[in-house]
Design a protein around this ligand. Structure first.
Ligand code: SAJ
Length: 424
C-alpha cells in the first residue's frame, strides 16, 4: 500500500485518485479550486462520467480518499493538471509549474513523482526537474521521476484506465520500473517502458496522427462537395483496404486533446512541422466551411433570413464536454453573419451560451433548417415527422453522417450531408 497525493482533480486526476483508492492505496486529492474540494468532500461531483458517483462514495466512505487544497506528505505524487494551449498556440505550463512547486516542501528521499498531464516533449527534463531541485534533495539520485500520459476518453474513463496499455517514461530505468509497479495496482493492459521525453512525445504524436488524419478526411469532404461524390461512402470503401484507416470528416475538431496536442509538437520546431500546422488550420477552418454550406443551402431554397436550429453543443457524441467545441465557433460565425439560430444539446442541461435553449421544441420552433453538429446517439432516434411539425421549412443539414437519409426524405425533408454531393 502506498500513500499517494494527486495534484489536480479533473477528468483525469479524479478518476485516477479513485482507482488507486479502490485498489488498496491511501489517496489524498489536491486541487486549488475550493469549490471542487468542497463538493468532493461531500461526495458531490463536478464532472459527468458513468460509474464515478458510486466509486467516489465507496472510497470516501471507506476513508481511502480525502481532499484538500494543499498537498500532503506521501510516497507518490501524481501531477494531473490542465495544460491548455495559449493564444499564441504554445503550451501554457503554468499549472505544471505551480503543481510541481506545491509538492517541493513535501517530497522526501525515495518518493516517486509522476507527471500525467499531456505536455510538449522535454517538459519533465526542462521544466519539472529544475523546480524539484529547489528541494534539498539530489533529484536524480533521491527521487524517482516519470511521465505516464493519459489516453482515456470521456465516457469510458474507468474501463480505459484499467484496460488500456500504459506508456511509462522514467528519467532512469528504476523510475520506470517503480512507476510500472505502482500502476499495476489496477492497469490490466501491457506496459511499454521508455525514457521521459519519448513518453511525452508518444502521447502528443498519438493525437497529432488523428488530427492530421481528420484534416485529410475534411479535405476529402470539401473536394467531394464539388465533384458529386459522397466522401463518407468513399472513405468507408477505401478503409476496407487492410492498410488504410482514413478518419471521418466533420464540422471541426474539438476537445482539449486532438485540437491542442499537435501545437505542443509544432511549437518545438515550427519551421519543420508544416504539415502538422496545416492540418490544425484545416480543421479549425471547418466551422466556417459549415456556415458557408448553411448559407448556400438557404440561398438555394430562396430563404433570405434563415432561422437555423443547431443540434449538438458538445465537442463529440454522448458527452457533456463543450471545450473547444466546433459548435461554439459555428455560433460565433453565424452571429458575425447575422444569421438567427438556436442551439440545443440534451447532454448540456444548463444554459452556458447565448441562443442556447433547454428543449428541442424551442430549438425547432419556426426553424427553416436543422443542423446536426454532434453525433449524439439520441439524435438518431428523433422522428422526422415530429421534427417537421415544429419547423417552418423542412431542411436538414447533417455534418456528422449521423441520420438515416431515407427516413428523413420520406418525411418530406430536403436532406443535405456535409461532404456529399452524390446525386445532387
Ligand atoms: N473527430 C472527427 N473525425 C474523427 C474523429 C474525431 O472530426 O474521425 C472529432 C470529434 O468530433 C471531436 C474531436 O475530433 O470533436 C476529438 O474527438 P476524439 O474522440 O478523437 O478525441 P478525444 O479528444 O475525445 O480523445 C482523444 C483520444 N486520442 C486518441 O484516440 C489517439 C483519446 O484516446 C485520448 O485519451 C484523448 O484524445 C486525450 O486525452 O488525449
Amino acid at each position: 500500500m502506498k500513500k499517494i497525493c494527486v495534484i489536480g482533480l479533473g477528468y483525469i486526476g479524479l478518476p485516477t485518485s479513485i482507482m488507486f483508492a479502490k485498489n488498496g492505496h491511501e489517496v489524498h486529492g489536491m486541487d486549488v479550486n475550493k469549490k471542487v474540494i468542497e463538493k468532493l468532500s461531500n461526495k458531490e461531483l463536478h464532472i459527468e462520467e458513468p460509474g464515478i458517483q458510486e466509486a467516489l462514495n465507496e472510497v470516501v466512505d471507506a476513508g481511502n480518499l480525502t481532499f484538500s487544497t494543499e498537498p500532503v506528505e506521501a510516497d507518490v505524487f501524481i501531477i494531473a493538471v490542465p495544460t491548455p494551449v495559449a493564444e499564441d498556440k504554445t503550451a501554457n505550463l503554468d499549472y505544471v509549474r505551480s503543481g510541481t512547486k506545491s509538492i517541493v516542501p513535501f517530497i522526501k528521499k525515495g518518493d516517486l513523482v509522476i507527471l500525467e498531464s499531456t505536455v510538449p516533449p522535454r517538459t519533465v527534463e526542462d521544466v519539472m526537474m529544475p523546480i524539484l531541485k529547489e528541494s534539498s534533495l539530489d533529484v536524480e539520485k533521491d527521487l524517482y521521476i516519470s511521465h505516464s500520459p493519459e489516453r482515456v476518453i470521456p465516457g469510458k474513463i474507468f474501463q480505459e484506465l484499467e484496460g488500456n496499455d500504459r506508456i511509462v517514461g522514467g528519467i532512469n530505468q528504476e523510475s520506470s520500473e517503480q512507476t510500472k509497479k505502482l500502476y499495476q495496482s489496477f492497469v490490466k493492459g501491457n506496459f511499454h517502458l521508455t525514457d521521459a521525453t519519448t513518453a511525452e512525445m508518444v502521447k502528443v504524436i498519438e493525437n497529432t496522427y488523428r488530427d492530421v488524419n481528420i484534416a485529410f478526411a475534411n479535405e476529402l469532404a470539401k473536394i467531394s462537395d464539388q465533384i458529386g461524390v459522397n466522401a463518407w461512402e468513399a472513405i468507408k470503401l477505401a478503409n476496407y483496404h487492410p492498410r488504410v484507416n482514413i478518419h471521418q470528416p466533420g464540422p471541426g475538431v474539438g476537445g482539449h486533446c486532438i485540437a491542442v496536442d499537435p501545437w505542443f509538437l509544432a511549437e518545438l520546431q515550427p519551421e519543420v512541422a508544416k504539415m502538422i500546422t496545416l492540418a490544425r488550420h484545416t480543421n479549425d477552418e471547418m466551422p466556417a466551411y459549415a456556415v458557408e454550406r448553411i448559407q448556400k443551402i438557404a440561398r438555394e431554397n430562396n430563404i433570405d433570413n434563415p432561422v437555423v436550429a443547431l443540434l449538438g453543443l458538445s465537442y463529440k457524441g454522448n458527452v457533456d464536454d463543450m471545450r473547444e467545441s466546433p459548435s461554439l465557433k459555428i455560433m460565433e460565425q453565424l452571429n458575425k453573419d447575422g444569421i438567427s439560430y438556436t442551439a440545443y444539446d440534451p447532454h448540456i442541461k444548463d444554459i452556458r451560451v447565448p441562443h442556447q435553449v433547454v428543449t428541442l421544441e424551442e430549438a425547432l420552433d419556426q426553424a427553416d433548417m436543422v443542423v446536426i453538429l454532434t453525433d449524439h446517439r439520441v439524435f438518431k432516434e428523433y422522428q422526422p415527422e415530429q421534427i417537421a411539425s415544429l419547423m417552418k421549412n423542412k431542411i436538414v443539414f447533417d455534418t456528422k453522417n449521423l441520420l438515416e437519409e431515407d427516413k428523413w426524405r420520406e418525411s418530406g425533408f430536403e436532406f443535405i450531408r456535409l461532404g456529399d454531393t452524390k446525386n445532387r
